[in-house]
Design a protein around this ligand. Sequence first.
Ligand code: GUN
Ligand code: ZN
Length: 442
Amino acid sequence: MAAELTAFRGTILYFRDDPGVASPADSHVHIEDGLLVIENGHVARVGPAEPLLAALPKGTPVTDHRGMLLMPGFIDAHVHYAQTDVIASGGGTLLNWLEQHIFPEEARFAEHAHASEVADFFLDELLRHGTTTALVFGSVHRTSADAFFEAAARRGMRLGAGQVMMDRHCPEALRDTAESSHRDARELIERWDGNGRLHYAITPRFAVTSSDEQLRLAGELARAHPNAFIHSHVAENTDEVAWVAKLFPGARSYLDVYERFGLLRERAIYAHCIHLDAADRRRMAETGAAAAFCPTSNLFLGSGLFDIEATDAAGMRFALATDVGGGTSFSLLQTMQDAYKVAQQKGQTLTALRAFYLATLGGARALRLDDRIGSFEPGREADFIVLDPAATPLMERRMRSARTLEERLFAWMILGDERSVRQAYVMGKLASTSASAAARSA
Ligand code: GUN
Ligand code: ZN
């Protein structure tokens, strides 16, 4: 088969390292007039436009995005597709919010047709917001995972997802058993993990809703399938932390519950990680587990403020995540904005450069997918987005005086949302075009 070559011209940005840790100047590649050359869905070359254009075989299609920023697609390290329809359900904090809004909604996912319809909407919504990879919670129903993976396979996106495990402290209609959850996950791993661009995530909801036996079997499964993700919540809310201490009196901490059952390792992603202590953070770092920082959710549910400095001091990996429906937006740009505000509240610093790193290469590193996605190094899968600096009249005005890359990224972080995302490409193919772009070209 002849190689399929295409190229995209625009301002290029991608990261090579964490600007919060490495020298910011060495952390990224920024080419004002750049070309991204894609061969069979993968990055072939990236560099200054003029010489690369001259070297392209005659007839290679070149899409002109000059004036726009081309960067790797956003990565959402923790989100619930089964909560799409209850985003913006207010009142209360974590535990009563779950009871009031979330559990009744998730009960609807027993039905395949419903799960399938929501999965299609959810994935299109991710793409519209520039998110090309996510780690996703389903519901406790097996069909919620099958419907999601079917929808994901139709789009060719790199995604992780799993059927939720929960065998206590939840409504009867949402309760599995330790054995059924283990059997379902084992079969789903066989069917979906490594199938195309899909990954299975072993997904105990949180320590509150799993018996010892369910967590033990989840740990066994995680040992047998080291390439599968482990995906759960930890230390989000103080009432939750106190409840876990009562339920597991032998554990040193909430995080230690998971460690005792073999659930701390690389490819284990824990949402929130707010109320951790120094020993917990050290164990996260030593085991290679990673945190998903979910600022819009943490502020919405009043859960607390993620501590970036303590996370860095421990050498922990962390990524950004929306946590919709606790989170209030699918947009990683809006998520960066709230992450910035959380850092401000803590008296800490989050630069725009680092926020964009966290939403791309940082997310890929947390998920251990950085050999495939998250940057434009040659050979990476060509999932990328086109960011518009003038998506709204206000942004257009603000960008006029934003001279440096850092200033422009800062304006996108604080003022941007899905209107800033003109296009999303999956494996080099156009997957989504924004309404604003469509309106402009009409
Ligand atoms: N902890 C357990 N389940 C959930 C959930 O659905 N959302 C959030 N934010 N936290 C949780
Ligand atoms: Zn969550």
